[in-house]
Design a protein around this ligand. Sequence first.
Ligand code: EPZ
Length: 422
Amino acid sequence: MDVFEIEGPVRLEGTIEVGGSKNAALPIMAATILAPGKSVIEQVPCLADIAVLGQLLTSLGADVERVNGDLHIDTSLIDNPVGEYDIVRKMRASICILGPLLARCGRARVSMPGGCAIGDRPVDIHLRGLRELGAKIHLEGGYIVAAAPSGGLVGKQIFLGGPFGSTVLGTANILMAATLAKGMTVIESAACEPEVADLANCLNTMGAKISGIGSPRLTVNGVSRLKPVRHKVIGDRIEAGTFMVAAAITGGKLHLKNCQPDNMVAVIDRLENIGVTVGLGDNDCTVSMDSPIRPADITTQPYPGFPTDLQAQFMAMLALADGNSVITEKIFPDRFMHVAELNRMAANIRKEGPNAIVAGVDTLIAAPIMASDLRASAALVLAGIAARGKTVVNRVYHIDRGYEKIEEKLNAVGAKITRKNV
Ligand code: EPZ
């Protein structure tokens, strides 16, 4: 198992190229199921989660090949519409094959995703939406068993909101299924995340007829077939946000290439509130910090609100603020596994229900710590860079799920991170 040994504190300065978005690439890979033939998806990060979805597509009958930064996915043959438990259990996002399989094959059997470190993550809204399109769905032996009507799925007006607002992968699933449904589907309370917009744009290039992209109302006029596509996924706004915090927490200056600041308005707003200077370009930005970290209140919300996937990283930064901050988690109220680990580094954070009260301290002190999930582990790496002494982050495989070569990217701008196999 790999660990990171991190020597701190350091000041980061230089340029980092942000990779393609994991959370855009995953549903787009699933979307290739809808169009028999060979699609090319460009700028797909080389990550454990991407490999899992590649394995899943292969198990369905597709041919998946990585050619440098691109994925070539040939879905001419999809003869086994079954998402096996042994693959699905490795990654919850595997659920995004359900909608495309149902639309293409008229039936699907996909293992029900299980528990997750960041909280309960039901898929009831995905199933509700597919049922609205006419699918018959039941659970059997831990599998979701779904069948479309004999004439295929039928478009409808669907409300897709849930107790925590919209659902990203739920919207992706229904959107993909609706592209081949008969007639018009209107998805109300659709997720507006840039990753959903990227999927919708990709589907339109495949021949789908989707309007309202980026808004909470998506209208889909069903078509009879889609064609294979060449599509470049957007830059990863969560990776970019993580590096923005890296600049800020080390009092450094980073130029981030291949990030779309337009997709990060809430994040940039909070950074500026904290005292960070952000210089904006169309496809890049510069982030610098030369004052003490000011406290700030943060509430996670669906896009365009502040993303839950950056909550842990901002908490690591606010642990060093000059005062008290309150972080409220409105998407995954239990997503606070990093609190105890940050406190082991002498942070002063108290969890109260869906809130974390972060009392700023002068110094974080290195300690052996345990990564619990992807974004929590990114927060621990950031804390390690800023902390005094040698931090050892265990269970680095969590970070490898979503950050490509994070230690190489950070070391190139001044971090001292060593990957060790223990
Ligand atoms: C996506 O997960 C992301 N994953 C997550 O990123 C991200 O944290 C999350 O969206 C929120 O932004 C991918 O895109 C692969 P949701 P998703 O459905 O789609 C509740 C990361 O670190 N809900 O938008 O699974 C749910 O419990 C990952 O990269 C239901 O109640 O999240 C949550 O409270 C982690 N019923 C809220 O909705 C449902 O059927 C939003 O979840 C579906 C969701």
